[in-house]
Design a protein around this ligand. Structure first.
Ligand SMILES: [Zn+2]
Length: 451
């Protein structure tokens, strides 16, 4: 049974209900009530908020309905220079000429995800804004560049894989290692519907959206075990968006021309919701940490690295099973994690030097006894929460496979059980900044069995 949602499951089908989101324009002090599908507000006001029983949420990013050119031109004085970070050449050329028609000068650079090269990218003094044209990859590069060079960032989507575009954190590479580093939250975002390319990462987009279900469990575990409040309305809205994506892939096959744009829309909404939730990262969580850890492992072994959204879906499926088993078993004594052994394995599998490995394989959680007590206290709520996530992944798996051009043939034998065990066991050490249910499992000694 899918819980906490405006939809309900009857006879195995999810029936859509109308969900309403309140968009409040702070500048005009009027409340704009729109259907979830009428997402963007063309007024162009920054500083919108999300009205909510928990006390309200604020967004850093304004979403625009068109391709964003008019918004950029309105935000900057005529003749200003923007740096366009893009990964697809034809789209970049078209978008640049549209900007030039609106009186904005453009310099184009290609997206490069290595941390070192982002730092070295040329940003002249006269560049007023960094504009990313693409999906998660370009956005990460632009957000990091915006932070390093202190420029505002605008995101224009031409790819459906966009669930993390508005998040402050970016994923970049340094050699074989994959890092989660801080960027800036974009000022504005838009979808350029006519510039989507044929080679869209549909499975990655869908995977990134579904991952929210398991990230919501991470968020709930962290909140409940640390005594922090968390907003139930955000949970419900996020599940609505996940169900929208499920409805879409059930209705359209991978060649349907509307599918990329619709998935981009849902990804962007989810990303905005995550931003509104504040500290919680409902588009990331442990599944993304595992995806990044897996990318580092695969790169080091010269194996194919799939996009993060796809890897996150694969590990989301694994985590649902692990979490469900963990939550359903009664509290028993488990020996604490063996940090020395973890440090040794981090050096061996990921090539970290001994000092770095020893520095990251340390305790992360204050007062684990209290966390374990609260876990037991809220076991029934958490159990319901992981069942919802499990139901999503259970149904989504088939559609995720069929969104691949080979219907998922290449996914067989992509990762073996040793890869999965290593990644799940060591991911909390790699990304200590993000706390998740997996971090708590590590602290309580439940992950050492996978080493
Ligand atoms: Zn709320």
């Amino acid at each position: 049974m899918l819980r906490n949602s405006t939809r309900s499951v009857k006879n195995g089908k999810i029936f859509p209900c109308r969900s309403v989101v309140y968009w409040v324009s702070m500048e005009k002090e009027t409340t704009v009530v729109t259907e979830l599908k009428d997402f963007a507000d063309e007024k162009g006001n920054f500083g919108i908020a999300y009205d909510c029983a928990c006390g309200g949420h604020r967004f850093a990013t304004q979403i625009y309905d068109s391709d964003g050119v008019a918004a950029i031109a309105r935000l900057l004085p005529t003749g200003s220079v923007v740096l366009l970070v893009a990964d697809a050449e034809p789209a970049a050329g078209t978008y640049a000429s549209r900007l030039r028609h609106s009186g904005i000068s453009v310099r184009i650079t290609t997206c490069e995800e290595e941390e070192k090269s982002i730092g070295e990218m040329p940003v002249d003094d006269d560049v007023r804004m960094v504009v990313a044209l693409g999906g998660n990859g370009c956005a990460d590069c632009a957000k990091r560049l915006g932070r390093l060079r202190r420029r505002p960032v605008f995101i224009t989507l031409t790819s459906p894989a966009a669930a993390t575009v508005l998040h402050r954190n970016c994923t970049v590479r340094r050699g074989d290692t994959v890092l989660a580093v801080e960027g800036v939250e974009p000022k504005g975002a838009a979808i350029a519907r006519d510039l989507f390319s044929a080679g869209d990462d549909l499975p990655g987009a869908f995977g990134g959206i579904c991952t929210a279900a398991v990230a919501l469990f991470d968020r709930e575990v962290c909140a409940r075990t640390s005594g922090r409040p968390f907003c139930a309305q955000v949970t419900r809205t996020a599940y609505d968006l996940v169900y929208c994506a499920l409805d879409l892939v059930r209705k359209y096959d991978r060649n349907h021309k509307e599918l990329p744009q619709r998935l981009a829309e849902i990804s962007l909404k989810l990303s905005l919701l995550s931003q509104a939730d504040g500290k919680g990262n409902i588009v990331g969580g442990a599944a993304y940490d595992c995806a990044r850890t897996a990318a580092a492992l695969l790169r080091r072994e010269d194996r194919v690295v799939r996009p993060y959204g796809q890897l996150a879906f694969i590990f989301g499926t694994v985590l649902c099973r692990i979490y469900r088993e963990w939550i359903s078993c009664p509290a028993v004594f488990t020996p604490p994690p063996d940090n020395n052994r973890r440090a040794e394995l981090l050096s061996e599998y990921f090539g970290l030097d001994e000092f770095t490995a020893a520095r990251i394989a340390v305790r992360r959680w204050e007062n684990t006894a209290l966390a374990a007590y609260r876990l037991n206290e809220y076991r029934s709520e958490l159990s319901a929460s992981i069942s919802d996530a499990y139901a999503v992944f259970d149904e989504a798996g088939r559609y995720f496979r069929r969104l691949h051009a080979d219907d998922g043939y290449g996914l067989r034998n992509y990762l073996d059980s040793a890869d999965v065990r290593t990644v799940v066991a060591l991911a909390p050490d790699f990304f200590p900044a993000s706390s998740s249910a997996l971090t708590l499992m590590r602290e309580l000694g439940f992950l050492d069995r996978y080493l």
